[in-house]
Ligand binder design. Structure first.
Ligand code: OSB
Ligand code: MG
Length: 370
């Protein structure tokens, strides 16, 4: 690959159609960082997608901006590289800051796939032309609203529904959904809202045939997740706890979970995401692709990843209009009549960036040249 000779980072602000509420926070406007990397006139795009506050992971839009401009971009600008795995290796000395790294590495993946004349999905080893859509529903405040939202999602063709839970909003909503809507593919995500002292309470979820319970306990406690998993019939899926292949292997060895949510941002980029996928696939562990309420750029990266053969469960992958009035890519990502999402098959991320719309949404910008 030719050297990366220019990089532009932009913070953009995208208002969500409806606020996204979890046990640990609330998002009204998505502030993400779009990274544009250039190699001899070819452009690649990536997205760093931390939330604005440090309640899901420790990163914020602000920390990602700082780490990108002061440490990550200087490590790759003008340096020789052959594949995006080399870029991941250049970023590795910076500890953690996974979402900041993933944004820059993602731009390199788009560049690399374009230079090979293939789609990002193909460059990653993807196989399917479309993937099932799944929806993640925030905490709406009352049971009736939740039931209506879930019913609407099932009618739209979503292959599985995930609802957010927290103490005081768990058994009742799940019971109501089962009573009203029957035995459809349903799971819950706690974003670490419980402790081991809640074990007996969480066991009450076992009777509802949930696909899994995501990240019930602290992000940094694999041992307690193993204790909880031993007490539950429902499989535990880990999200926040899994930041690398090493973390995934440890969690599976300890039997802290039976399923893994792979988000490229949370593990530092697509290179590590592929490594986790490959290992899980060869060990018979099901994985699915998580989301960060991404713009169309991050969403296209996720779709490409989710087309790999080990992604056997529907992910948190929804069409653009689930989140935004207006998308920053053309065409927006839309649901097929089958309830599936097409994996873009053009070169690179396979969607065109709507540069005008990106400019309209930009709140700050910085450019670097080799
Ligand atoms: O826990 O999976 C999560 C969104 C932001 C941060 C954390 C999570 C989520 C979601 C939404 O659940 C996934 C999506 O629709 O992109
Ligand atoms: Mg989660």
């Amino acid at each position: 690959m030719p050297i990366i000779d220019a990089i532009t980072m932009r913070e953009i602000a995208l208002p969500l159609k409806t606020p996204f509420v979890t046990g640990v926070g609330r998002v009204d406007v998505r502030r993400v960082i779009i990274i544009e990397a250039r190699c001899q006139g070819v452009v690649g795009y990536g997205e760093a997608s931390p939330l604005s506050d440090p309640y899901y992971t420790e990163e914020t839009t602000e920390t990602a901006w700082h780490i990108l401009e002061s440490f990550l971009i200087p490590r790759v600008l003008g340096k020789r590289w052959r594949t995006p795995f080399d870029i991941a290796a250049m970023l590795a000395p910076v500890r953690r800051h996974f979402m900041a790294k993933a944004g820059l590495e993602g731009a390199a993946w788009d560049l690399y796939a374009r230079s090979q004349g293939v789609s990002l999905a193909k460059a990653l080893g993807g196989a399917s032309a479309s993937v099932p859509a799944g929806i993640s529903i925030g905490i709406p405040g009352d049971l009736e609203t939740l039931a209506l939202q879930v019913e609407k999602a099932l009618k739209a063709g979503y292959a599985r529904v995930k609802i957010k839970i927290k103490p005081g909003w768990d058994i009742e909503p799940v019971r109501l959904l089962r009573e009203r809507l029957g035995d459809f593919p349903l799971m819950v995500d706690a974003n670490s809202a419980y402790t081991l002292a809640d074990t007996d309470h969480l066991r009450r979820l076992d009777e509802f045939n949930l696909l899994m319970i995501e990240q019930p306990l602290a992000w940094d406690d694999l041992f307690q997740h193993a204790q909880l998993q031993a007490a539950l019939k429902t499989p535990i899926c880990l999200d926040e706890s899994i930041t690398s292949l090493a973390a995934a292997r440890l969690a599976l060895e300890l039997e802290s979970c039976r399923v893994i949510n792979i988000k490229p941002g949370r593990v530092g980029g697509l290179s590590e995401a592929v490594r986790i996928h490959d290992w899980c696939r060869s060990h018979g562990v099901p994985v699915w692709c998580g989301g960060m309420l991404e713009s169309g750029i991050g969403r296209a990266h996720n779709l490409a990843l989710a087309s790999l053969p080990g992604f056997t469960l529907p992910g948190d992958l929804s069409p653009s209009d689930r989140y935004f009035e207006r998308e920053i890519v053309k065409p927006p990502i839309t649901l097929l009549p089958s309830g599936r999402l097409p994996v873009p098959d053009g070169p690179g991320i396979g969607v065109e960036v709507d540069v005008q719309e990106v400019e309209r949404r930009t709140v700050r910008l910085r450019s670097f040249h080799a």
